[in-house]
Ligand binder design. Structure first.
Ligand code: GDP
Length: 385
């Protein structure tokens, strides 16, 4: 047999190596495919349908390090703002709310004599409605009910409804100012004493804005409470919103600036900034909030400055509100924890004292348990309508 040209041997060798490589490649690919299918299987098993407005299904996506499949966190679909108060208002009446109880007692009395009125007045004052508004309400009610000679509970309820709506002041502008100008994002600063529900409310507000189709960025400027930034980030992650955070103990003003700066650069619609509420003394609070405001406004104007008040703290809450209102501009109040043992009358008192409208009320710990405030909706809730 004639000796083959060495070039042919080389070519044959290369061909052989290529064939072996192809075979190994195909086997590995088939094995990987089987593995992928095996891991996908649990996804296909039917599960209980998610509750309304809850988690959208998670998706298996690309492989993470080491070939491990990573499940992309499923984004939640938050509830739109329009339906919230109607859904939550039962909590106002169901809560251990002195105002609702007093109204109920008044309405269920056979005769509206002096004793009944005295009891009613005392309960209203006890519900944090404040002396002024209570006197006003009782006087107007007595007048109306006397003129009309009301013995009919439905009519009495109508008069009460009207008077309470008047006290809650439907004429106040409660628009949530989340439209920036000049191509800049709107900036919402959230202030208040620690524990009032600031971080939770920033998370809830992010959901509300996402439900309205806005793009949002969070700023974790509460750098004093160790868990606050993590807590905020978790809220954001659930609805696909990023959080800008600093290291623990970092200067809150610098984190606030970074957040707004990032918001401007990314072109988001709204930046929500959480702050720390250390009410150690008025001068420090004023310095801290003043500095945060100044650095933010180097980048974009603050469109809304919300004060968080825990409704269960009653008169103490009102004292805090006064201090915050003195040291910084407040454009709206969020009253948290109006579920539970809250005293609904505080809405009226705080608006009058501060001259600032209540814009939102918190009615539970659920992710969408925050509703835009309306005088009508609030009174409907109090009267259990
Ligand atoms: P922060 O220190 O002001 O940031 O307060 P957090 O946001 O950490 O809230 C303090 C606690 O209040 C948390 O346990 C929240 O779940 C709870 N909270 C906030 N808002 C409400 C509300 O509207 N109703 C109830 N029941 N709890 C609330």
């Amino acid at each position: 047999m004639p000796a083959l040209d060495p070039t042919i041997w080389i070519l044959l060798g290369v061909l052989l190596v290529a064939l072996v490589g192809l075979g190994v490649g195909l086997t590995l690919r088939a094995r990987r495919q089987r593995e992928l299918e095996r891991r996908r299987e649990p996804e296909l098993t039917p599960t209980a349908p998610a509750a309304e407005d809850e988690v959208a299904e998670g998706e298996l996506v690309e492989e993470g390090p080491g070939g491990v499949l990573v499940e992309e966190p499923a984004l939640e679909a938050p509830e739109a703002s329009g339906t919230r108060l109607a859904r939550l208002r039962r909590r106002l009446a169901n809560s251990n709310n002195a105002l609702a109880r007093a109204l109920g007692e008044l309405l269920s009395s056979d005769r509206l004599d002096a004793d009944v009125w005295d009891d009613f007045e005392a309960t209203l004052i006890g519900s944090d409605l404040g002396v002024g508004p209570t006197t006003e309400l009782v006087e107007n009610l007595r007048k109306d009910l006397a003129i009309d000679g009301v013995t009919d509970p439905a009519r009495a309820r109508g008069v009460l409804h009207r008077e309470l709506v008047k006290l809650a002041d439907p004429s106040l502008d409660r628009t949530f100012k989340v439209t920036g100008s000049g191509g800049l994002p709107a900036v919402v600063l959230v202030v208040g004493v620690n524990g009032t529900g600031k971080t939770t409310t920033v998370g809830k507000l992010a959901r509300l804005l996402v439900a309205e189709g806005k793009t949002v960025l969070l700023g974790a400027a509460d750098t004093f409470r160790a868990a606050a930034a993590d807590q905020l980030q978790t809220w954001g992650d659930r609805v696909g919103v990023d959080t800008i955070r600093g290291t623990e103990g970092a200067d809150p003003a610098s984190v606030a600036f970074e957040a707004v700066n990032a918001g401007v650069e990314r072109g988001v619609d709204v930046v929500l900034v959480d702050t720390a509420g250390r009410l150690h003394n008025k001068a420090n609070l004023m310095d801290e909030l003043g500095k945060i405001r100044r650095v933010i406004e180097r980048r974009a104007p603050i469109t809304e400055s919300l004060l968080l008040l825990d409704a269960t703290t009653g008169q103490n809450g009102l004292v805090q509100a006064r201090v915050f209102n003195e040291v910084t501009d407040i454009t709206g109040i969020v009253l948290s924890k109006l579920d539970g043992s809250a005293k609904g009358g505080i809405v009226v008192q705080v608006q009058r004292e501060l001259g600032v409208p209540v814009k939102f009320i918190g009615l539970g710990e659920g992710a969408d348990d925050l509703a835009p405030f309306t005088a009508e909706g609030f009174v409907d809730g109090l009267l259990g309508e």
